[in-house]
Structures are given as C-alpha cells and as structure tokens.
Design a protein around this ligand. Structure first.
Ligand code: NAD
Length: 519
C-alpha cells in the first residue's frame, strides 16, 4: 500500500491552521469534546473490518489477535474518555485550609493548545487514537504523525479522521524523516512521542528549542523473573503467548527470561511444550504469527539471531523474502550476547541462566529501567522482593501484556523506557494545564493579610508569620506544642458545653458519673 506523504512546504500552513482553529475557543465546550469523542468511537466501530484489513496489509497480523488486543482496547480507552470528560475537565477545589479558603483556591483544567502526536508502526491504531482521545477530552487541537512503516493504517486514518472529526482541529500529516523533521521545527504546546530511544533524543532536542513539554513512551528489554516454585506450565504458556503477540513487535513484549541455572532445562522444556500447544501447525503455514514490518527490521533481527552464542532450541530462521521470523527459543544466553544488545522486537525468546533471584535483580538493575518486569511466582515475598528492588514502567505478576488493558491504571516508562503516562485520566492530565486560580475578597486585608504590607506592623506581622510558618514535629518525638494546645482547646470546649447542658437540664450527668465511680 502506498502512502501519500504530506508536502513538506504545506506543513507550516497546517500547523498555522491548527493554531488558528484552537484560538477560536471551539474546544472549550465540553459538549463539543464529547461529540468528537463519540465520533471517534464510531470511527473505530464503523470501520472495524477495514482496520483489521490494514493490520493485515501492514504486518500480516492475524485478525483475531488484532481484534482481541488492539481494537477492543482502543475502543475501551476512547469510551472511557467519552464517559469521563465532564468529570476530568471540571475545576478542582484546593484542599480546605482555614488560612486560604477565603481566596477560593481553584484549579482550572485548561487545554494546552496544539498537541503533536508521533506514533510507531507496531500498534498503529491504539497508540495514535488513545492519546488523540486524551487530547480531544482536554480540549486541544491535534497534529497526528502516524508511522510511515504501517502505511495501510496511516492511509486509512488519513481518510477517516476528517470524515469523523472536526477537520480544522484534528489533522493527520504523513511522511518519513524529512516531514517529521519539518514538523519538529514548529512550536507545539505538548509533544507525545511513542517509539524508540534513538529518535526520542531527536524529538527532545527539537522540543528544547521551543521549551515544549514532551512525554516519551519508549520501549526496552522487559525481563521475566522465574521462581522455580511457580506454576511452571501456566508461566511458560503466558510468556510464550506474550512473546509471540505481534511477533514480539510490542513494547510490552517479554524480552528475555531469567531463570536459576539448575532449573533452566525444566523451564526450557515447558516453554517448548507451550509453543507446540499454541502452534500445533507451523505458523509460517498457519499465518498465526505476524511478519516483521519491513526488510530492514527483518535484516536487523536476522543479524541478532545469526550472531547469538546461545543454543537455539527451536526456530532460528528469518526468511528475508516474506519478512517472516520464526518463533525461536534460545537457551544459555549470556549478558553480552547479541540478543541482549537491544530491545528484540522479534519472536525470539532468550533464556538467561542466573544463580538465584538476587543475581536476577542485579542483572536487571545493571541495565536501563525496562518498560515492564514480569515475575512468575506463587510466593508473595518473592514477588515483593523483585518489585521493590527493581524499577520499571509497570510490573506484573504471573502474566504478560494483559495488565495494560486494566482501565484506570497509568501506563508509561521510567528512565530509558520513557517518561509520563498515556492512558485514561493520566493522558488527559498530560495534555492539561493545571491552572491555579484564586479570588481575594476585600475584607482579607483588614482581617489578616494587611500584615504583608510595608511598613511592617510588628504585632500583626508576628501573628501572620505564626500562622504561615508550618509547625514541624519536635525532634524528640514528643507531641508538638501546637497540637497539645489544640487538644486542650477541644477538651475545654467540650467540658464547657457539657456543663452548660447539665445546668440547663438537657444532659443527665448521673450515668457517666456512676460509671466513673465504679472505675
Ligand atoms: P521509531 O522510533 O523508529 O519511529 C516512531 C516514529 O518516529 C515514526 O512516526 C517515525 O516516522 C518517526 N521518526 C523516525 N525517525 C525519525 C527521525 N530521525 N526524526 C524524527 N522522527 C522520526 O519507532 P518504531 O520502530 O516505529 O517503534 C518501535 C519502538 O517503539 C520500540 O522501541 C518500542 O518499544 C517503542 N514503543 C513504545 C510504546 C510505549 O507505549 N511505551 C508503544 C509502542 C512502541
């Protein structure tokens, strides 16, 4: 499928048009945003089969897998934005404080302006439309740059977006490096880049020129840590399934397995059995495993597998003509192997033997923080040990991939795997400026705040300063004086109230007094 690239010279005008459209204030209306979000849901629902065709054209992706893991998840995220936009966009009251409440401190959730979304080839629908929903919900105009490596999906979205959404506010620009470079020369109010770390550096450098805030959704090598006492059969099946989804071309893909050396053969056998259970027919024939996206990715993964010093248990073939990389299990892989040199993004599963869980943790911590860490164990102490002694964007126990589909959870990397989150309310907040607002009544000065003015009035200043200065807990751990005084005041007030009620006959003190006597 050929994709018509946007002319580089047209890009500044498109950007200008988006800025102008944003300034009309059309997106301030929540009803408008809601309608656009609903239209976006309809875009997906009405074109369900065409979207699956595009996945197949770009990646040879099995239709069931695309539906189960990408289409449903996309529609779910869009619907969540549609359902919650009023709640998310509503102004928020600051926590109550006696000192400041009179100024009505309020946080206004305001749109940032024109947002740029740059997305990768591997989940070309989810990774473009979910952030788009967040940007629409937060009232921004959007310039979208889909990946040129998934041309069928990019062409389909270029056709559908103006049919379903306001064409003045939401525009798709297509192209490769020259076009994206031109886009990045322009000032945006936020950039969300999803892709690899190398290009992320280019994006960050370009954004720095305009002081544009950037959210990075990157990848990395996500390990699986195996406790030999786990449910081995289930663990092996879930890892192998997760590895082969989209032929490993997934930021959530389990990249490699860390297993105690003495347990390696048992776990490798379980992984082998799981593979043959999942694929009783060779996937090259059954078409149940996606292809590599293009020739250069096929050549990249071929070099990785050809250079491994590990032992190939099954697979190992990369057919350059069809861009098919065979599911491959490799054991006895060491930390300096070709397969450990970069994120695999391929259906290859290296098994790395380690001494024990401590060495597994050390192995992970010596590398960039991964996007995900997977732990397979029935022992909560084992899970906790791995979770609390490592860092990663997400961490899941006893499964792979599915955790990102749970609504309401933040999804994003840390360090080398990215910064910021891209799901639900979190992506709404990413594209929102939290604007602090107050409104001070005139009586504030006579009441208290006049003490701020020069020339300072000593006693008023002392009072205001005493109220403003926070009280810290005493270093010896005893109760702070201010807390003691306030408890004292509460007890005294309660005593006075009880005495008054008793004197007026509204409270009978005999019962509590009899009880106290018994003590
Ligand atoms: P990529 O970085 O090659 O491309 C992503 C986008 O950047 C594309 O739109 C492309 O046109 C643009 N681009 C490429 N070169 C550029 C340049 N020199 N200047 C400006 N723009 C440029 O990424 P990819 O290969 O499409 O995707 C794979 C990567 O994305 C993997 O690392 C994967 O882990 C990561 N990823 C992360 C997430 C996440 O949510 N964290 C999701 C999917 C993929």
């Amino acid at each position: 499928m050929s994709l018509k690239y946007t002319t580089v010279d047209d890009i500044p005008q498109i950007h200008q048009d988006l800025r102008r459209a944003f300034r009309t204030g059309k997106t301030k209306s929540i009803a408008f945003r809601k309608q656009q979000l609903l239209n976006l849901c309809y875009l997906v629902e009405d074109n369900w089969e065409r979207i699956k065709d595009a996945f197949f054209a770009d990646l040879g992706r099995p239709r069931e897998e695309a539906q189960l893991l990408e289409l449903n998840g996309t529609l779910g995220e869009l619907k969540e934005a549609y359902d919650n936009v009023e709640k998310w966009a509503a102004p928020e009251k600051a926590p109550f404080s006696w000192l400041w409440f009179a100024m009505s401190p309020t946080i206004r959730n305001e749109s940032k302006g024109v947002v740029l979304l740059i997305s990768p080839f591997n989940y070309p629908l989810y990774l473009l439309l979910c952030p788009l929903a967040g940007a629409i919900a937060s009232g921004n105009a959007v310039l979208m740059k889909p990946s040129e490596l998934s041309p069928a999906m990019a062409a389909l979205l270029t056709e559908l977006v103006p049919r379903y959404l306001d064409p003045e506010l939401y525009q798709v620009v297509n192209g490769g490096i020259p076009e994206t470079t031109k886009i990045l020369e322009l000032p945006f109010d936020h950039i969300l880049y999803t892709g690899g770390g190398r290009v992320a550096r280019v994006v960050l450098a370009a954004a720095a020129r305009h002081l544009t805030p950037v959210t990075l959704e990157l990848g990395g090598k996500s390990p699986c840590v195996i406790d030999p006492k786990c449910d081995v059969k289930t663990a092996a099946k879930r890892i192998m399934w997760g590895k082969l989804v989209n032929a490993g071309q997934l930021c959530l893909s389990p990249d490699y397995v860390l297993v105690p050396e003495w347990f390696q053969e048992t776990f490798v056998e379980a992984l082998k059995n799981a593979y043959y259970e999942l694929h009783p027919i060779d996937p090259k024939v059954s078409g149940q495993v996606t292809r590599m996206v293009n020739e250069s990715h096929a050549a990249r993964v071929k070099a990785l597998i050809d250079n491994t010093k590990g032992t190939i248990v099954f697979g190992g073939e990369v057919d350059m003509e069809t861009k098919y990389a065979a599911p491959t299990l490799i054991k006895d892989v060491r930390g300096d192997d070709s397969l450990m040199s970069e994120e695999l993004f391929a259906p290859f599963l290296p098994v790395v033997p380690v001494k024990d869980v401590d060495e597994a943790i050390e192995f992970i911590n010596e590398r960039d923080h991964p996007l995900n860490i997977y732990v397979f164990t029935n022992n909560s102490a084992f899970k906790e040990k791995v979770f609390s002694n490592t860092r990663s964007g997400t961490a899941a126990a006893n499964d792979t991939i599915l955790h990102v589909m749970a609504y309401g959870m933040p999804f994003g990397g840390v360090g080398g795997s990215g910064t910021g989150c891209t799901t639900g309310k979190y992506i709404f907040d990413t594209f929102t400026h939290k604007r602090c607002t107050t409104d001070s009544p005139g009586w504030l000065d006579p009441a208290l705040m006049a003490a701020r003015y020069t020339p300072y009035n000593k006693s008023a200043f002392r009072l205001l300063n005493a109220l403003l200065k926070p009280t810290l807990p005493p270093r010896d751990g005893s109760m702070p004086l201010a807390t003691k005084l306030s408890y004292g005041a509460v007890i005294a007030l309660a005593g006075l109230a009880a005495t008054w009620l008793a004197c007026t006959g509204k409270l009978d003190l005999r019962l509590p007094l009899r009880f106290l006597n018994r003590l």
